[in-house]
Design a protein around this ligand. Structure first.
Ligand code: N01
Length: 513
């Protein structure tokens, strides 16, 4: 197929077409998009969230021990450095406060529609009509989905679950009325959440049982506190943060993040570090049971301090026999042993490949997102979908989930999306959607690169879609930034806007993909 003639962007900057934008989700990436829109002088946008405040996962997760596994200095927007971080790795509440404060300080609050659940988005008459759970509708020129990844908790469907007489909930729905001190606590799952919970609850629990289905590699983190003096210096000299924050990022990207995508010394070193960390477990039997059979970084690496110490406490048991059922008194494992518990915490992760769903998205010609993703979620360059005009994704399929802080990925994607919104506002284009060919080429390149990565090392993880394909960025993260630094026009079907300097291009009523 011949690519459409590129739309020229030489329209006069003074010619402004009103543009309205809906952003769904006010977590890290939605807030980022809102902040960028605001900075670009676009005022007609609404930031929807079904919850009552901003913050996404940092609002929803309030479990004891919640903290970030990425250095704080790389976990803030480049345009809003935070001199107030208390430690090298921040706690969840601290990050939430940062996001809330940034939303307020940058004037985002008037654009927020919290407590509003968008159930349907339909492309009609060249615009996206959004419908809320209360039946309200509103049309927008652009639909930006910032609905997050780790949103839909998964709880195993075990027989007898409704007979349990204690309390049970998912880690992302922590019930703060529950008393944990002196209690018999069962934690199911050994991902980042299960590990953080184990570290936090061990000192107070009467008994702690950690149910491990698959051992995980756990890398200890040195969590140094940031002194009042260092904070004061950063407060007074913001330029210092602008200078040093990129160095933190560079250090992360050239080590852990590189190790995940390219075989080399970084991966070898990390493997040794993980193996050495395991030696902290003195009992050879326990160490053997807790040694993963997949390489580090295949699953998301767990970064936490104190875990190996915690699991060796006399009142802590790591139980690796599968759970057969839940009983009124606890958990019955397949060896016939009943483990009595007062509290069961499901640290069993999320359905990450749901992305925007269950939101019903219908593009031109009645094509739905479920149709488009019947064989698994696929995107064009992580940000767009063929057949869905003027719709963009933040932290969509194949975004760099493990290579950099999601806050940075969102910035790269928001800047890219803004380029399209700018072309619309200048009257250069009125509609855009990536071609199927360009999307297929992107996904074919990913399939070729994946075997080089650690993500295909024979484990199962939340990175994977329903077919077991990791939906990750398989190259060094800087290539994501380079790819999205400018629009590659031949990859798109576009309809010209009122100020375009040539006739209509390929798209008429949507990409008939
Ligand atoms: O979830 P997970 P998570 N029976 O999917 C087990 C981010 N995060 O909430 O490995 C028994 O990693 C499952 O076992 P297996 C971070 O990116 C960040 O811990 O599938 N066990 C696994 O052990 C992280 O990667 C921070 O065999 C069952 C666990 O549950 C992501 O969130 C903090 C089971 C799920 O692990 C998700 O972490 C916390 C069953 N039926 C989280 N089903 C930060 O610091 C599942 N499991 C930013």
């Amino acid at each position: 197929m011949t690519p459409p003639e590129p739309v020229t962007d030489r329209a006069p900057v003074t010619h402004r077409v009103p543009v309205s934008v809906a952003v769904i989700g006010a977590g890290v990436s939605g807030l980022c998009m809102g902040l960028k829109l605001k900075a670009a002088g676009i005022e007609d946008f609404v930031l929807y969230d079904k919850a009552e405040d901003v913050g996404g996962v940092w609002r929803d997760n309030t479990y004891p021990g919640l903290s970030c596994d990425i250095p704080s200095r790389t976990y803030c927007y480049s345009f809003a450095p935070n001199p107030e971080w208390n430690a090298l790795f921040s706690t969840g509440p601290e990050i939430l406060r940062y996001l809330q404060r940034t939303a307020t300080d940058h004037g985002l609050r008037p654009h927020l529609r919290t407590g509003t659940h968008i159930t349907r988005a339909t492309f009609t008459d060249g615009r996206w009509t959004l419908e809320t759970s209360t039946g309200e509708t509103r049309a927008f020129d652009f639909l930006l989905c910032a609905t997050g990844l780790l949103v839909h908790p998964t709880v195993p469907d075990l027989p007898g679950a409704d007979t349990f007489r204690g309390r049970a909930f998912h880690s992302a729905r922590w019930d703060h009325t529950v008393q944990t001190t002196g209690q018999k606590i069962a934690i199911v799952g050994t991902g980042s959440t299960g590990v953080q919970l184990t570290c936090a609850l061990t000192p107070h629990a009467g008994r702690l049982m950690l149910f491990q289905r698959t051992p995980q590699w756990v890398l200890p983190k040195p969590n140094k506190r940031i002194s009042a003096l260092a904070k004061a210096v950063h407060r007074r000299r913001p330029a210092l943060a602008r200078l040093t924050d990129p160095l933190w990022r560079l250090a992360f990207e050239t080590t852990i993040s590189k190790a995940a995508v390219t075989p080399g010394w970084q991966r070898t070193l990390l493997t040794y570090a993980c193996r050495i960390a395991l030696l902290r477990i003195r009992s050879t039997g326990l160490r053997r049971r807790m040694t993963p059979d997949h390489p580090p970084l295949c699953k998301r690496l767990v970064v936490a301090s104190g875990f190996h110490r915690a699991v060796q406490q006399p009142h802590v048991d790591v139980i690796s026999t599968p759970i057969a059922r839940i009983t009124p008194r606890g958990l019955l494992t397949t060896d016939g042993h009943e483990h009595e518990a007062d509290l069961i915490v499901w640290a069993t992760g999320f359905q990450a490949d749901a992305y925007m769903r269950p939101l019903h998205i219908t593009g031109p010609h009645g094509r739905t997102l479920d149709d488009a993703w019947a064989r698994g979620p696929r995107s064009y360059n992580t940000v767009a979908l063929p057949g869905f005009p003027n719709l963009f994704l933040l932290v969509g399929p194949n975004s760099p989930f493990s290579g950099e802080a999601v806050i940075r990925t969102a910035e790269t994607q928001a800047d890219y999306i803004l380029q399209w919104i700018d072309l619309f506002a200048r009257g250069v284009i009125s509609r855009t959607t990536p071609t199927r060919e360009a999307t297929d080429a992107f996904n074919a390149a990913i399939a070729t690169a994946l075997p080089n990565t650690a993500f295909t090392g024979g484990c199962s993880s939340w990175y994977q879609d329903q077919n077991g394909t990791p939906l990750v960025w398989p190259w060094p993260v800087h290539t994501h930034r380079t790819l999205l630094s400018r629009i590659h026009h031949p990859d798109f079907h576009t309809l010209p806007g009122p100020a375009a300097t040539h006739g209509p291009s390929a798209l008429a009523g949507g990409d008939p993909a």
